[in-house]
Design a protein around this ligand. Structure first.
Ligand code: PMP
Length: 419
């Protein structure tokens, strides 16, 4: 098999045609190593246990209830589903998702005028970038950060400032010190505060409050990216930054049905200050007119039939067992050489080798040969930090494959050391 380098084949978009009058901003289109992993793995020609992509497990898709809702929806003669729809999203869906949020956290009562349905969480992030980032704007990101989120900021030509994390999420004191030191306030603070991608850690409530204070002082927008908040194993939601802030206009929250229903639906939403609504609608009208209407109706039907609470319950228990299985397998196969986070929800574990000389990109290549994939840590840092770390998704594989995949990783690591 030819060696595959994550920095090349899983790499960034390149300017390939100097003859074309490409816009300067294309230099900010860095692509996503995570998303590219899907086609890379498909091209390998041998099966791989995939800890790379943050996808729900096949068993976590409620295909039976979705099929029932779909069969009631896609009926012969029904044509209203197939037209253009309101740019802000289906009214029924917006009402139902507000109920869903309110049921899981009574303090979270969004203003319906601030809810706009988007094509997944990514479109919400893109709209935030479009609204707030100027070329050259300073944008704070967690270190490690969610690659696709920082890629959005780069696509709007932001300059990124990475702020380290510990078990309580972003180190907000370090953020304050760093901003004082450089003497420039950020325009945006991008955070995945709950069960973070990639580290699995959660920003403490105290730090959430501090972050809100700092954003107010600096006039910065906080983009709160929250795909995993409903997937806490204990079932309780950590209060969102948006609700803790008293729904401050400076907090722009992005959510999605991708992790709680299915990513292929491409249905998400933003929850922001109603004063932004017209701008967001205008942004959508210059982008995709409206979010896929049949899929909005499918999600709305699923919520109105009352399937969501039971489904979330089942996801929490499935994902908890998978996380426990992965931690147990890591202890068994890599316990003497690495340490890792122990998330209380979400999809990811962040593994760091004790020896800083371990090269996770080299291990990635060896892992592919051995039939296991993950995302090397450097993918989560715009400056290539975390060379000896890796992100493992525990949510997408069966218990048996979790054990087998981590065993393969352990063997690949030991083979590399023996070379
Ligand atoms: N933000 C984070 C932190 C994510 O993990 C993901 C999905 N991996 C997204 C946004 C994108 O969500 P969607 O697939 O709904 O666009």
């Amino acid at each position: 098999m030819t060696a595959v380098s994550p920095t090349t084949q899983l790499g960034t978009a390149q300017l390939t045609s100097p003859a074309l009058p490409l816009a300067t901003r294309t230099s900010g289109l860095v692509g996503s190593i995570i998303d590219s992993s899907t086609s890379l793995l498909e091209s390998l020609g041998h099966p791989v246990i995939n800890f790379a992509m943050g996808s729900p497990a096949p068993e976590a898709i409620d295909s039976a209830d979705l099929a029932d809702v779909a069969s009631g929806l896609f009926t012969r003669g029904r044509t209203d589903l197939y037209g253009y729809a309101a740019s802000e999203g289906d009214f029924a869906l917006r009402t139902l998702l507000m109920d869903m949020l309110h049921q899981t956290d009574p303090d979270d009562s969004p203003d319906p005028a601030g809810i706009v349905i988007t094509a997944g969480g990514m479109q919400g992030l893109d709209i935030a970038g479009k609204l707030f980032i100027e070329p050259g704007s300073l944008v704070v990101v967690e270190s490690p950060t969610y690659t696709n989120g920082s890629a959005v900021a780069l696509s709007y030509q932001a300059r990124l400032l990475e702020i380290g994390m510990d078990d309580d999420g972003m180190d907000v004191d370090a953020l304050e010190r760093e901003i004082d030191r450089i003497g420039e306030t950020p325009r945006m603070i991008y955070t995945v505060p709950t069960f973070q991608n990639p580290s699995g850690t959660t920003l403490s409530v105290e730090r959430r409050r501090r972050l809100i204070e700092l954003a107010r002082r600096w006039g910065s927008v906080i983009v709160e990216d929250d795909p995993y908040g409903l997937l806490g194993f204990a079932g309780q939601r950590v209060p969102s930054i948006r609700s803790l802030s008293g729904r401050d206009p400076l907090v722009f929250t992005v959510r999605t049905f991708s992790k709680i229903m299915a990513p292929g639906l491409r249905v998400g939403w933003v929850d922001c200050d109603p004063s932004l609504r017209d701008l967001i609608i205008a942004a959508k009208q210059a982008l995709d007119t409206c979010t896929n209407f049949p899929m909005q109706k499918l999600v709305a039907g699923y919520l109105s039939e009352g399937f969501m609470p039971g489904h979330l319950e089942s996801l929490r228990s499935q994902y908890r067992s998978r996380k426990e299985a992965m931690c147990a397998a890591l202890s068994h196969h890599l316990g003497d050489v690495a340490h890792w986070t122990d998330p209380e929800g979400g999809f990811f574990i962040w593994v760091t080798f004790d020896d800083p000389r371990v090269d996770a990109e080299e291990l990635f290549r060896a892992g592919l040969d051995a039939g296991v994939a993950f995302i090397p840590g450097s993918a989560f840092s715009p400056t290539g930090r975390f060379g000896n770390s890796m992100r493992l998704c525990f949510a997408s594989q069966s218990l048996a494959d979790i054990e087998e995949g981590v065993a393969r990783l352990g063997a690949a690591y030991r083979n590399l050391c023996a070379e």
